[in-house]
Design a protein around this ligand. Structure first.
Ligand SMILES: N[C@@H](CCC(=O)N[C@@H](CS)C(=O)NCC(=O)O)C(=O)O
Length: 209
């Protein structure tokens, strides 16, 4: 393992944070998790100096990286483990590129729904209802296409950003009780296969104390 001073600012209950932790585990890159306790804070120093007030953030001895994809790429550069990763830009088929787009959209929609609730907003407002409709249709699309999408990923891969983000999304919808995943059997089947990985077991969602 490479000696690093990687600090991930995030939460054990956050899906974007979990994406980076699964990558760190798969890449065998050490890190510590600095828990961001108050997601309503408007002080960027509470978010590892991210001006967007978002997690995750990675701080290394050399630089700071904002956002899950940037962090995964930096972890991959640090890794000596030599695994084959499929990144979003490798997804040339519309099926795969659209799936990746919809997965990240659903993750962001979920964040907006949860933050709205945490801030005491009205769940029946027009924009929130549209968000829920879009999320449910997105989940149905993903359920219809997941088998085909996974089957079209490079067979020789060890890991893909698409699978890690999809796994973190599906588990998170259930964990935060945003959407019942029993309505999406193909997504459940995908998630239960991915859940067998050591990296998934070591990063299970929980609320930080
Ligand atoms: N584009 C960012 C999105 C990160 C994101 O939405 N993180 C959520 C937690 S999972 C967050 O910071 N929520 C607090 C907020 O939206 O105010 C990424 O890919 O990392």
């Amino acid at each position: 393992m490479a000696a690093t001073s990687n600090v991930i600012f995030g939460r054990s209950s956050s899906h974007f944070t979990r994406v980076t932790r699964i990558f760190a585990e798969e890449l065998r890159v050490p890190y510590t998790l600095e828990v961001v306790r108050d997601l309503l804070s408007t002080n960027s120093s509470d978010y590892g100096d991210n001006p967007a007030l978002k997690i995750p953030v990675l701080r290394t001895s050399a630089a700071t990286w904002f956002g899950a994809l940037n962090i995964c790429r930096e972890l991959s550069r640090q890794s000596r483990h030599g695994i084959r990763i499929v990144w979003p830009e490798d997804l040339a088929l519309p099926l795969l590129a659209n799936a990746q787009e919809l997965i990240v959209h659903a993750m962001s929609a979920e964040v907006r729904l949860i933050m709205h609730k945490v801030a005491g907003g009205d769940a029946r407002s027009t924009d929130q209802r549209k968000l829920v409709h879009g999320l449910l249709r997105t989940m149905s699309w993903l359920d219809d296409h997941v088998e085909d999408a996974i089957g079209n990923l490079l067979p020789e891969r060890d890991l893909s950003y698409l699978e890690v983000t999809l796994y973190c999304l599906v588990e998170h919808l259930e964990f935060r009780e945003v959407v019942r995943t029993s309505d999406y059997p193909a997504l459940r089947a995908f998630a239960s296969t991915f859940a067998r990985r050591e990296s998934a077991r070591r990063t299970a969602y929980r609320f930080d104390p």
